[in-house]
Design a protein around this ligand. Structure first.
Ligand code: HEM
Length: 528
């Protein structure tokens, strides 16, 4: 084949591939538009220039509404085949877990939550920890965070908590007064706040942090029996955090230190590794517990529900392109495989709608055809057709005329049900709008505070006082009131920093949205 572009080229000795447009036309001049004479004017039929500039105009897709800044890497998950001393098949039929040593490809995207796509990775903010397992039974996404609990327990409140945390719609500044206005009226946030304002709220980078599934899921075995489960990823590298001062020093030099750290570690062969641990609880109500296991503002005590290792994950490949592998990757809590299931956790159900909904908008309706999202290790045969940017039919090639089911002329048939499709306890109830009966908003927050080392408590108090001193007095008072109910020492110290005594807040009544435990009431009575 004659290299048409080399004809007339001043550089014909250059054997690199030459530039074309997407129609396959060689680009002879990439420096100058076509103009009438050397000094213009330009002409409108300038196809190469118009294609180039109009594509550039559309280079950005909307950034994620949350978790916009992130970094992705690839690797594998290796199963242990057991849950502690027992074969894992006793609890789940999910194939990726069954066999010791079985490897499954994974993608992991780390992220910050509130800032935009180019924001600082030193922010005090939860970190996203989203893992995509490309299993042979289809993809499984475990979309978690680095902190074990979340701000709220019902998905209907998610837009509100995020609006409060995002910049003010007028000043476009993250305002402590807006954040604590919301938090002070939302007692279920206390456990998350005690975590977020402690040193854990600024992880030193992405390699040195834990990951938590946060929400409660189910495992299903071959007999259709279910158990409730919670997931934790423990980094082999250890857990490291930064104080505000450390973070300010890093941020003075760069905004993307965590992305760089991850990329450089993988580049030099220092592959980061995490172990996956699973806590388990029988499926059903648990009146004996002092928290609701479907409440994502709670952790499950490790002495009662010991986390057991079920496998390990290694990241050994960086993205080859940020846009196609990090920007377009799409995770969701609805993406489960046979043997894994949802629980009735009210956050989980809302999340499950929200992820694929936003991805159809953010990336496009055919986002699952993109290589990074495609179920690459499973067979994908559907009757879904067309839509923007469809680039292939996934009919399986049996009979391209039949894009419907049922049919006696070919096309796709239904798969066979897994054994025991009916699973889990029978549920009766009435349609209602009610918070869960056992909210217990303070106890675990207090326990967390008591478990901290002294320097962590000092850091937590300092960070809270620093933020709250920028808030209005009624917001400060309500927050001190909550912290006194969390733990005396925390409330007294934050109050002291703000010039607010327990007597100053003793007149405050519980919020309308609150269910108090006996323990809360006792603390309240002692306030004055
Ligand atoms: C990203 C919604 C709670 C972890 C997102 C996105 C949405 C969303 C719309 C953007 C997805 C995209 O553009 O691809 C929600 C809703 C929640 C909720 C409605 C509550 C009802 C949580 C919780 C966690 C979490 C509790 C942690 C366990 C993540 C992560 C990402 C994310 C890690 C980033 C995924 C990625 O890297 O692409 N969430 N979220 N979210 N969310 Fe949530």
């Amino acid at each position: 084949m004659t290299d048409v572009a080399s004809q007339g080229s001043s550089n014909s000795a250059d054997d690199r591939r030459y530039l074309t447009d997407r129609q396959g036309h060689p680009i002879y001049d990439n420096q100058n538009q076509r103009t009438v004479g050397a000094r213009g004017p330009a002409t409108l039929e300038n196809y190469h220039f118009l294609e180039k500039i109009s594509h550039f105009d559309r280079e950005r897709i909307p950034e994620r509404v949350v978790h916009a800044r992130g970094a992705t890497a690839f690797g594998f998950f290796e199963a242990y085949g057991r849950w502690g001393d027992e074969p894992i098949s006793r609890y789940t039929r999910a194939r990726l877990f069954q066999e010791e040593g079985k490897r499954t490809d994974v993608a992991l995207r780390f992220s910050t939550v509130i800032g935009g796509r180019d924001s600082s990775e030193c922010a005090r903010d939860p970190r996203g920890f989203a893992v995509k397992f490309y299993t042979e039974e289809g993809n499984w996404d475990l979309v978690g965070n680095n902190l074990a609990v979340f701000f709220i327990r019902d998905a209907v409140k998610f837009p509100d908590v995020i609006h409060a945390l995002k910049p003010d719609p007028v000043t476009f500044r993250q305002e402590p007064n807006r954040i604590f206005d919301f938090m002070s009226q939302t007692p279920e946030c206390m456990h998350m706040l005690v975590n977020l304002f402690s040193p854990r709220g600024i992880p030193s980078d992405y390699r040195h942090m834990q990951g938590f599934g946060v929400n409660t899921y189910k495992w299903v075995n071959d007999r259709g029996e279910t158990v409730l489960v919670k997931y934790t990823w423990m980094p082999r590298q250890g857990v490291r955090s930064m104080t505000e001062e450390d973070a300010a020093a890093v941020q003075a030099h760069e905004l993307g230190h965590a992305t760089r750290d991850l990329h450089e570690a993988i580049d030099r062969g220092d592959y980061p590794e995490w172990e996956l641990l699973v806590q388990m609880m029988s499926d059903g109500d648990h009146p004996e517990l002092d928290f609701d296991p479907l409440d994502d503002t709670k952790t499950w005590p490790e002495q009662d529900f010991p986390p057991k290792p079920v496998g390990r994950m290694v990241l050994n490949r960086n993205v080859s392109d940020n846009f196609t592998e990090n920007e377009q990757i799409a995770f969701g809590t609805g993406v489960l495989v046979n043997g894994l299931d949802f629980s009735d956790d009210k956050m989980l159900v809302g999340r499950t709608f929200s992820y694929s909904d936003t991805q159809r908008y953010r990336v496009g309706p055919n986002y699952l055809q993109l290589p990074v999202n495609n179920a690459r290790n499973a067979r994908v045969h559907t009757n879904q057709r067309d839509g923007y940017m469809a680039h292939r039919q996934d009919s399986g090639g049996e009979n391209p005329h039949v894009n419907y089911e049922p049919s006696i002329t070919g096309g796709l048939r239904e798969a066979q049900y897994p054994t025991h499709d009916e699973q889990g306890p029978v549920i009766h109830g009435r349609l209602t709008r009610k918070r869960i009966p056992l909210t217990a908003d303070y106890k675990q927050a207090g326990q967390r505070y008591c478990l901290m080392e002294q320097w962590e408590r000092d850091d937590l108090v300092k960070n809270l006082v620093n933020q709250l001193s920028q808030c209005d007095r009624p917001i400060q008072e309500r927050m001190v009131w909550h912290f006194l109910l969390v733990e005396d020492d925390l409330g007294l110290r934050v109050g002291e920093g703000l010039g607010i005594s327990p007597q100053d807040v003793a007149h405050l009544e519980p919020l309308q949205s609150q269910t108090m435990t006996d323990e809360d009431r006792e603390r309240l009575a002692n306030l004055g």
